[in-house]
Ligand binder design. Structure first.
Ligand code: BES
Ligand code: ZN
Length: 636
């Protein structure tokens, strides 16, 4: 896994030389797109990919796949365009469990290939001898039981009649269904031809060329095109009984027909969100912005797949109170999809920027009061994340992470989100909002459709914002923020003006006072969440019963409130809430909710562990591999 530096340098030199020579001297060789500058920096070396992009790099992918629901596999071909030096012998792709049937060049002539030794995290390198080819066609099946694809039974859908398939690529899961260079620094354009079973609709994170499909033998053919270069983790697919409803001129939502109307109603503000985002950081670069609201086993709140955000149905609260998730995924259209982390050590560039941007969209649309509440809850999450990491001295509290030997998933904590966003707020405070916004907008434009490293961002910040101002440099302390553990003393804590009163009522209730029913009715979701979360972890059964009775917490349809209530109930070994807990762990599989609840149960010894084991035995088969992988390490 260590970089062969000499080989890489030699290849780099060859590429640089041939860039000049190729056009003039070797006119027969088609011009090769230049290596993106960021990939030539040492910081961009991706330890989670076998690819050697300085030698041979995938620039375009054409997928031609059939969704085989009976066999639970995608089967077909991936044709890859390769940019390589004239003397490049081979291209190295990522693969994890793929069943490779053969590799050929564009004329169908077989090319030699080998699958290397499989690493439990990275999978195995698929090395193809090029024999001069610049387009290769891999025939394959997706990995049996591979982590990216979840094949749902009809029972796991809202309609209960037809099966469903969806993918989750981030971080390094797409190598279980697409043989390409699965590295966030290697951007690729792509197309797909997908055959779906008769009656089911296929959607992807791309331009949908055949919205209704075309009849072919064995089902319907759907065609897609993404003509902007994207990181491979952003290629996504779903197939199911899907209906569509427009939300605005360039926005809409896909979901199962039985839940379409209520889902669309929840998302009425999406078009306005796109406008708010554009007014902050420049034009939306992807054409349409649609959402796909998935069945409840979707392991994340949302995933920023370009043109088509994937979202959990747990945000459909009925009162539009959880739409900040849409603001978040939409914000990734700039911070993440337009300019994305070049390696998983730079994950904070995706999520810290996006959390910051999400909050700015919320402020623009719903006002400072609501945005401040959300930011203040984020501050609490940050304190929690520092504790979970083992305290402020832990290297896991750094923004730029050392992930050597680790699954990138390990680094994906609230540190990236909340310390990242806090860092940007700290810069905003130091330079003023006007200057900061102008900088950010120009930053996205300057690096559009490029990957970025932490070092690259820091250099850009110094060149275009700090501009050698020693006072500013000292006021921010960039290197400390980015490369050191803990939270610097100048961290900006956004405090909600509404929370002190909420906290006071929680304290009074804990001491035996009445449940503040009138307040609760008037409160927004963040205030309610804050109230429950700020109650002391030790409460009598009488207090818990009073709370549940007053606010109907065990029957809460709002997933965020239900979650904090169940955490409180577990901390107190409160049996009456166990049926509600079990239902919540069964009815949805969002890792952010499921994993902490199982963890809390396991920490409650002889009371909690039997519950955790009993429930998980039942729910494990329902969860996506991402959630399963995490919970497997908790419930043992
Ligand atoms: N890109 C992430 C989801 C993700 C993170 C996938 C890490 C794979 C690895 C997405 O944008 C995200 O952050 N989702 C959050 C919601 C958000 C509102 C904080 C989630 O899923 O909870
Ligand atoms: Zn995100």
């Amino acid at each position: 896994m260590t970089l062969n530096k000499t080989a890489a340098r030699a290849a780099l030199l060859a590429l640089l030389l041939c860039g000049a020579a190729a056009t003039a001297v070797m006119a027969a060789t088609p011009a090769q797109p230049p290596v993106p500058a960021i990939l030539m920096t040492p910081e961009a070396r991706d330890i989670h990919s076998y690819a050697q992009p300085l030698v041979a790099r995938v620039t375009h992918v054409d997928l031609d796949l059939t969704a085989d629901f009976a066999g639970q596999k995608m089967t077909g071909t991936a044709a890859l365009d390769i940019a390589a030096a004239p003397d490049a012998k081979e291209v190295v792709l990522d693969s994890k469990g793929l069943v490779i049937k053969g590799v050929a060049d564009a004329k169908g002539v077989a090319l030699p290939w080998t699958l290397g030794k499989a690493d439990p995290i990275l999978g195995a390198p698929l090395t193809v001898t090029l024999n001069g080819a610049r387009r290769i066609v891999v025939s394959y099946d997706s990995a049996p039981g591979g982590a990216a694809l979840q094949w749902l039974t009809p029972a796991q859908t809202a309609g209960k009649k037809t099966p469903y398939l969806f993918s989750q690529g981030e971080a390094i899961l797409n190598r279980t269904w697409i043989p390409t260079q699965d590295s966030p620094g290697i951007r690729q354009t792509w197309t797909a031809r997908i055959v779906a079973p008769e009656g089911l609709k296929a959607v992807m994170s791309a331009e949908m060329l055949t919205p209704d499909g075309e009849p072919v033998a064995g089902g319907s053919l759907y065609r897609f095109r993404m003509d902007k270069p994207v990181a491979s983790y952003l290629i996504a697919i779903a197939i199911g009984d899907l209906a569509f409803k427009p939300l605005g001129a360039r926005t809409g939502v896909y979901t199962e027909p039985s839940v379409l109307d209520k889902t669309a109603d929840e998302l009425v503000d999406v078009e306005k969100m796109v406008e708010a985002a554009e007014s902050l950081y420049g034009p939306y670069a992807w054409g349409r912005y649609d959402l796909l609201v998935l069945p409840p086993s979707f392991p994340f709140g949302g995933m920023e797949n370009p043109r088509l955000t994937f979202a959990t149905p747990t945000i459909i609260a009925g009162d539009r109170s959880l739409v900040s998730l849409v603001a978040h995924e939409l914000a990734h259209s700039w911070s993440g999809n337009l300019v994305n982390n070049a390696t998983w050590s730079d994950f904070w560039l995706n999520e810290g920027f996006t959390d910051y941007f999400e909050n700015r969209i919320m402020e623009k649309l719903y006002g400072k009061e609501r945005a401040d509440m959300l930011a203040d809850l984020g501050w609490s999450d940050l304190q929690e994340a520092i504790k979970d990491a083992g305290g402020p001295a832990s290297p896991n509290t750094k923004l730029h992470l050392d992930l050597t030997g680790r699954d990138p998933d390990d680094g994906m904590t609230d540190i990236a989100y909340q310390k990242g966003a806090t860092f940007l707020r700290t810069i905003e405070k130091a330079v003023g909002r006007e200057r900061w916004d102008a900088y950010l907008k120009a930053y996205f434009a300057r690096h559009a459709f490029q990957s970025q490293t932490t070092a690259g961002f820091v250099a850009d910040l110094r060149a275009n914002l700090i501009k050698g101002d020693p006072k500013l440099e000292a006021a921010i302390g960039i290197d400390k923020w980015v490369y050191e553990a803990g939270l610097p003393g100048n961290a900006v804590h956004v405090q909600s003006a509404a929370f002190p009163a909420v906290d006071a009522l929680a304290a009074a209730f804990a001491k035996g006072g009445p449940a503040p029913s009138a307040k609760w009715t008037a409160w927004s979701t963040p205030e309610r969440t804050r109230f429950v979360a700020s109650l002391p972890r030790q409460l009598s059964a009488e207090r818990l019963a009073a709370l549940d009775k007053a606010f109907g917490l065990s029957a809460q349809g709002n997933s965020e409130i239900r979650f904090v209530w169940l955490q409180l109930a577990i901390a107190n070994r409160y049996d009456p809430a166990t049926p509600s807990l079990e239902a919540f762990l069964t009815d949805q599989g969002r890792r952010k909710f499921v994993a902490p609840l199982f963890k809390d149960l396991m920490e409650q010894g002889t009371w909690g562990q039997p519950i955790a084991k009993r429930v998980y035995a039942k729910t494990r088969p329902l969860y996506h591999a991402v959630t399963r992988q995490t919970v497997d390490t908790i419930v043992k």
